[in-house]
Write a protein that binds this ligand. Structure first.
Ligand SMILES: [Zn+2]
Length: 81
């Protein structure tokens, strides 16, 4: 399963308690074209947005994607098992 789906499945909003989220993988980019290219290589993030109240959490994609096989354990930690 993709990391996006894992997060969406487990997300529980800390603000309103609703368990619905949309997850987007986006890059935080710099202003110039070269900066943008360089940033895309390393600054990717998962934006997890509560579809009820709009509360958004951001996770570093490099770290989550790097947890090969261990993403479930990590998400248990973040959202509670
Ligand atoms: Zn919420």
């Amino acid at each position: 399963m993709k990391v996006e789906e894992e997060i969406a499945n487990r997300f529980k909003c800390p603000k309103c308690g609703v368990q619905r989220a949309k997850v987007k993988k986006l890059a935080m980019t710099g202003a110039s074209l070269l900066e943008r290219w360089a940033d895309w290589q390393r600054n990717k993030y998962y934006f997890v947005t509560c579809t009820n109240c709009g509360y958004t959490e951001v996770y570093d994609a490099e770290i989550l994607d790097g947890k090969k096989g261990g993403i479930e354990d990590l998400l248990d930690l973040i959202f509670g098992g």
